[in-house]
Design a protein around this ligand. Structure first.
Ligand SMILES: Cc1ncc(COP(=O)(O)O)c(C=O)c1O
Length: 513
């Protein structure tokens, strides 16, 4: 029976009294019992994760077609709702929690992180003002500072938690625009004869979120100057300097450089120190996008790729990527948080704090004695993301996080070595972190790039259809590239070995003869 043709239960045995006639929320005791059941479902899901295909073998529309087209007029029993969850949602969820998830960058919801999400949901905080969540606000300040210390960054950096790296970089570039002294927050950009075309610089390998930020901030995609990279996909600083000089000569106004540590396609590392030198010389904002790889800096022995990032104006690191925090959690650090605030602060009367709660009263001039985080972001309401991070940092300890990061780095090196050793396979980029870029080059296709692209796309598709692992691809210099990105907390050596077996089997299977 599908959700569509299931009769609507209306009987008092299955519905709770509050559902039938009440005006209030679920009864606390009913909630307690239901919550225990839900926790069991959660634990079962994680425990049995390998029973599910990592990539559900379904076509678009196959989930929605099983759901009623209209909302229920009458209340439904929790049994029925959870039954549908088990039948329709779980099996059709992509296995982000699956140890065979090697696509994109993994995002594991760790056990302690999930516990944090549960408590966060129950507290239902909105830390937009200090007063609307003293615990949420101050825990965020503490957790941000813990993470800053863990990453080895100086005290000058302060920051906040956002939903995604895209938002963090948007905020950083809004601050860069503000720092340029044209007060776009107040006067905007349109129709201003006093503002030349603004320019932002990032490598050709930088993430699309930087371009989106330029679109959103009214700079336009045309403002983003893509700087060429070397054969390791790292930004060429001399080309950056030349592009800035050319733009100045053309009357444009450079405002920011974005350096990436761990680019999305190949995880290449831009020369941050050289970028910092150029930014200092040119008076530009330096933003470092370390959304994926930043987690590695938690290990002081592994900080070489980050040299110079302590001179950045802003840095983004995503705990929801390689620190196993349930989506969403992005850390934005800046040594110029006052400028971030200038870019976003707007305090209408209804958000002013009046009274004696330590945040100052009207006209007290002490509006920010307690931090009001909404003044640093485009949105007002915000999730309390600090609790899950606080619980996680304590449960794992920095030592535990480092151990797991090093394990992933070792697994990636092992996989890269296997690719290098196998005739007919080719690695397409260095492996500075935990992502390996490679392709199959059968002798019959060598030199035929279009055929090789199609061949490797077929291999990846065949492997993904097994349901055991999930890989995604990119193009490097126009070449179809399979990526194996290790980052799931549940991935063990056997999963990586299985991936390699499946790839070799698929290569044989789809090889043209
Ligand atoms: C280097 C880099 N920056 C930014 C992002 C965007 O991350 P988010 O999905 O948190 O916006 C990604 C996503 O993979 C990334 O790889």
């Amino acid at each position: 029976m599908t959700a569509t043709d299931r009769p609507i239960p209306s009987d008092a045995d299955v519905l709770e009294p509050e559902q039938i006639a009440g005006h209030a929320d679920m009864d606390p005791e009913a909630f307690r019992a239901a919550a225990h059941r839900v926790v069991d479902l959660m634990a079962d899901y994680v425990e049995d994760i390998e029973r599910h295909a990592v990539l559900p073998a379904i076509a678009p529309g196959s989930v929605s077609s099983q759901l009623p087209p209209a909302p229920p007029e009458q209340p439904e029993a929790l049994d029925a709702i959870l039954g549908d969850y088990l039948r329709l949602i779980e099996p059709n969820a992509t296995g982000w929690q699956h140890p065979g998830f090697f696509a994109y960058f993994a995002s594991t919801a760790s056990g302690p992180g999930i516990l944090g999400e549960m408590l966060t949901a129950a507290l239902g905080q909105n830390p937009m003002l200090w007063r609307t969540s003293p615990a949420g606000t101050e825990l965020e300040q503490v957790v941000v500072d813990w993470l800053r210390q863990a990453l080895g960054l100086p005290e000058a950096f302060d920051g906040l938690l956002t939903d995604t790296a895209s938002t963090s970089s948007l905020i950083a570039l809004a601050a860069a625009r503000q720092a340029a002294g044209i007060d776009a927050a107040a006067a905007g950009l349109a129709g201003r004869s006093d503002v030349p075309a603004l320019r932002v610089y990032a490598s050709e390998e930088a993430h699309s979120s930087i371009e989106k930020a330029c679109m959103t901030l009214g700079l336009g995609r045309a403002s983003l100057v893509r700087i060429p990279t070397n054969d390791r996909f790292e930004l060429l600083p001399e080309r950056l300097a030349a592009a800035i000089a050319a733009d100045r000569a053309a009357g444009h106004r450079p405002i920011a450089i974005v350096a990436t540590v761990g680019t999305t396609s190949s995880t290449s590392v831009d020369p941050v120190a050289a970028g910092a030198d150029i930014a200092a010389r040119e008076g530009l904002w330096l933003h470092v996008d370390a959304a994926y790889a930043g987690a590695v800096a938690i290990d002081p022995d592994l900080r070489a790729p980050f040299a110079g990032w302590d001179r950045a104006d802003s840095i983004v690191v995503n705990p929801h990527k390689w620190l196993w925090t349930p989506v969403d959690a992005s850390l934005l650090l800046s040594r110029r948080l006052d400028v971030v605030r200038d870019a976003f602060s707007l305090v209408p009367e209804y958000l002013r704090t009046v009274g004696s709660d330590g945040t100052g009263g009207e006209g007290s001039g002490r509006h920010d004695d307690g931090r009001n985080y909404n003044e640093y972001t485009p949105q007002l309401g915000r999730r309390m993301r600090a609790l899950k991070l606080w619980i996680q940092l304590r449960w794992f300890g920095l030592d535990g996080l480092r151990r797991r990061i090093r394990h992933h780095l070792e697994l990636a090196q092992g996989f890269a070595a296997a690719v290098d050793a196998e005739p007919g396979w080719e690695r397409l980029a260095p492996v500075p972190f935990s992502t390996v870029c490679f392709r199959h080059v059968p002798p019959g296709l060598a030199g035929d790039e279009a055929a090789l692209d199609a061949h490797n796309a077929a291999i990846m598709d065949a492997v993904n259809r097994t349901g055991a692992i999930f890989l995604s691809h990119t193009k490097l210099r126009g070449t179809f590239t399979i990526r194996l990105a290790i980052g799931s907390l549940r991935t063990e050596a056997r999963h990586v070995e299985r991936a390699w077996e499946l790839l070799r089997a698929a290569a044989e299977e789809v090889e043209p003869r």
